[in-house]
Design a binder for this molecule. Structure first.
Ligand code: CMC
Length: 378
């Protein structure tokens, strides 16, 4: 460009310091607050990991109980927001409804205009508690079913499935959602987190910043890839058709969904963990078809793309679990948002401490001083 180098996509540009999460893209390692994702996936759960992300350390038993009860008490939605979802659900994508409902919820938050760390923490807890209720309400209303009020006695993930399907889930299903939420809670600064940061850098409120995050997550290159990957497996149909399908797609220069990552040039550690869960869930549901199709696709990817640093990412496997739980595609990305709202909020709060308004420059390449011609002379 005439103005010097442009860093397209801000690739490798550092925009802040963070103590929330860290990625070793070469080795394929992810840490939350210094804890390896493998340990958290094995020993922790959504509520405890959310506490860790917000507070920087694991809770004591008392702290965890009090955090869980704070979340459980904040789950229900104001009637006005429930009505908004009811009106929009039959025709609007759940990600659009999530944007609208979060914006609507701002009107009911007593802390809305207070950007202090304490007020923002309270808002982050309310948002984390309420996002599942919005998504479940969309599911219910778009099927002409009634809104189910949350059950305080259930854990975050089990309550979400209960509000969606109207019955308490078995432990395997609840675990599938819970592990998904743990694995998605934060990931340094992908596009949606950056969008949240750009918003909060203007000193707007946390709700507005989260709406930016949701809007940005929606795209198929980001949160929408889980849905796209599952559609691929359905199109493939059976394991023996996987290899020719992938070879044809790559031959046409197209992209395989659920493969590749801007930061990971190794196997995504989240994908490794979730692959195992998908295998167990497939066995318990008595349907190995999609696990087997994905495994065949994976074999071709490892053979043909790994040398270019392209490996399966978390979305390669996660859509299969959602599918086996009976969750329709359009809810896969909203469930991602349900978890990432924690990371977005934590990054927004962290950024307010090292604040500088985001205001990059663009290199102008058009003309200057063009003479204005009156409309009748054009
Ligand atoms: N299938 C086939 N080839 C690919 C793929 C893919 N999924 N992804 C990248 N490539 C190729 C690309 O064509 C390019 O090849 P060449 O150098 O020959 O032109 C090379 O790899 C580098 O690609 P890039 O576009 O420069 O890489 P990027 O860092 O911009 O891409 C990505 C990252 C995630 C957008 C991309 O890998 C992609 O489109 N993947 C499919 C969508 C997907 O699974 N997204 C989920 C990401 S993980 C969860 C999340 O963050 O939300």
């Amino acid at each position: 460009s005439p103005c010097g180098p442009i860093i397209h996509g801000l690739e490798d540009v550092l925009v802040k310091t963070t103590a929330i999460s860290d990625i070793d893209g070469r080795k394929g390692i992810l840490w939350y607050r210094g804890y390896n994702i493998n340990d958290l996936a094995k020993y922790s759960n959504f509520e405890e990991t959310a506490y860790l992300i917000f507070n920087g350390r694991l809770p004591t038993r008392t702290e965890l109980e009090s955090f869980k009860s704070m979340l459980a008490k904040e789950r229900d939605l104001p009637d006005e927001v429930v009505s908004t979802i009811r009106v929009l659900a039959p025709r609007a994508h759940p990600m659009h409804v999530l944007e609208a409902a979060v914006a609507g919820l701002a009107a009911f938050d007593p802390d809305i205009n207070d950007n202090s760390p304490e007020a923002n923490f309270r808002k982050a807890v309310r948002l984390t508690a309420k996002l599942p209720s919005i998504i479940a309400a969309h599911y219910r209303f778009s099927r002409k079913l009634d809104y189910i009020r949350p059950k305080e006695s259930l854990a975050h993930s089990a309550n979400f499935l209960y509000m969606m399907f109207g019955q308490e889930p078995d432990s395997t299903s609840a675990k599938a959602i819970d592990l998904y939420l743990v694995l998605h809670i934060d990931h340094e600064v992908p596009a949606s987190t950056f969008a949240t940061l750009v918003s909060i850098s203007t000193w707007t409120d946390l709700y507005s910043a989260i709406v930016s995050g949701i809007a940005t997550l929606k795209g198929p290159l980001h949160g929408g890839a889980n849905e796209a990957a599952m559609k691929q497996y359905l199109e493939i149909g059976s394991p023996e058709k996987a290899r020719p399908y992938v070879e044809k797609l790559l031959g046409e220069g197209k992209r395989l969904m659920g493969v590749g990552h801007r930061v990971y040039k190794a196997y995504d550690p989240r994908a490794k963990i979730y692959k195992e869960l998908v295998r167990e869930l497939s066995q318990s549901k008595g349907n190995m078809t999609y696990y087997n199709i994905a495994s065949e696709v994976e074999a071709v990817v490892l053979e043909k793309l790994a040398s270019k640093g392209l490996y399966p990412n978390i979305d390669f496997w996660s859509g299969i679990a959602m599918y086996l739980l009976g969750i329709p595609y359009e809810y896969y990305t909203p469930i991602f948002a349900m978890s990432r709202v924690v990371g977005w909020s934590a990054h927004a709060m962290e950024y307010l401490n090292q604040h500088r308004l985001f205001r990059p420059r663009a290199c102008y390449v058009g003309p200057h001083d063009v003479p204005y011609v009156p409309i009748e002379k054009r």
